[in-house]
Design a protein around this ligand. Structure first.
Ligand SMILES: Nc1ncnc2c1ncn2[C@@H]1O[C@H](COP(=O)(O)OP(=O)(O)OP(=O)(O)O)[C@@H](O)[C@H]1O
Length: 287
């Protein structure tokens, strides 16, 4: 290692990472195919792609979990040598304790947080995730959304430099989805790097980085607005999102349709706020 190297600032790097497994027919199948990727400290990275494109396999590699059949080079950089917390789609698949408080306690103990810090950090994390009043309720007395919040709390408790959310909001109703996404955004604001795997493109923010997976390869790596709309000067070409076989959120698809039909020349919207502006302008000009 160079004398001035600082692992806390180094990116997490994947260089030519592939994952091959033998499928039921006895053939070799590539779950990941020669993936190069760099993730910086504190970055927010969305991972999208159709079913079976390799998102979960990539998420597990990024989290530092063992993945059978993997080859290539992985350098964990700022994320450190131990595995990063990962929040899965179904909380049942990852809860160890009997209550939210136990879940957070276990997470802190497992990460070897000094014992004199554990009570305070547990309290703080339960408060941040809105679980303080439910801290000692057993799982059977909590909703799916509340259990998922407990999984997020356990992931957040340890102040890890990277947290991976693998479709963590996909089983939740709109209210709980917004809460989980909001918590992830809050952790990101506090400096945590976040990998957010999702099939819901309306969860993406215009300035976010997004990678799109297809057949185990990264086929797009860039900003969300360009992913949705491609070259806005040439709206008739397939956008990267369309090329990946993903459907734009309804409002964005409508705006693109208007642009292609020559009925709209302004900014193509990504956020609700931008959409409200488009809608207001459209009404004023009777689109
Ligand atoms: N251990 C395994 N052995 C064989 N095939 C596997 C294994 N793990 C995953 N697969 C297959 O590899 C492909 C990629 O899986 P992966 O879960 O990474 O994709 P995904 O994009 O996350 O899919 P989804 O959106 O459906 O969760 C899928 O077709 C999956 O069925």
């Amino acid at each position: 290692m160079a004398a001035n190297a600082d692992p806390v600032r180094d990116p997490l790097l994947l260089d030519g990472v592939s994952v091959a497994v033998t499928n039921e027919a006895g053939d070799l199948a590539a779950l990941l195919d020669n993936v190069d990727l760099s993730l910086n400290p504190g970055e927010w990275l969305n991972v999208v792609g159709v079913n079976g494109s390799g998102k979960t396999t990539l998420a597990r590699i990024l989290a530092g979990l063992y993945v059978e059949g993997s080859a290539g080079s992985l350098s964990r950089g700022f994320a450190g040598e131990s595995a990063s917390p990962i929040v899965l789609q179904r909380p049942e698949a990852q809860l160890f304790g009997e209550t939210p408080r136990e879940e957070v306690l276990f997470a802190l103990e497992w990460r070897q947080v000094p014992s004199h810090e554990i009570a305070g950090r547990t309290e703080e994390t339960l408060r941040m995730t809105g679980l303080l009043e439910l801290a000692d309720v057993r799982w059977e007395g909590l909703s799916g959304g509340q259990r998922q919040l407990a999984a997020v709390a356990a992931a957040a408790a340890c102040s890890a430099p990277l947290i991976v959310f693998d479709e963590a909001a996909s089983m939740l109703d709109e209210t709980n989805r917004a809460v989980v996404l909001g918590l992830a955004r809050e952790l990101h604001q506090q400096g945590t790097a976040i990998v957010w795997v999702t099939q819901r493109l309306d969860e993406l923010m215009p300035g976010d980085r997004v990678i799109a997976m297809a057949d185990g390869r990264v086929i797009y790596d860039g900003l969300v607005r360009a992913f949705f709309y491609g070259d806005e000067e040439n709206p008739d070409g397939l956008t990267p999102c369309e090329s990946c076989g993903l459907r734009l959120p309804y409002m964005s698809a409508l705006a693109l349709q208007w642009k292609r039909a020559g009925r709209w020349s302004g900014l193509l919207p990504v956020t609700q706020q931008e959409w409200r502006e488009v809608w207001g302008n459209a009404e004023r000009s009777h689109v």
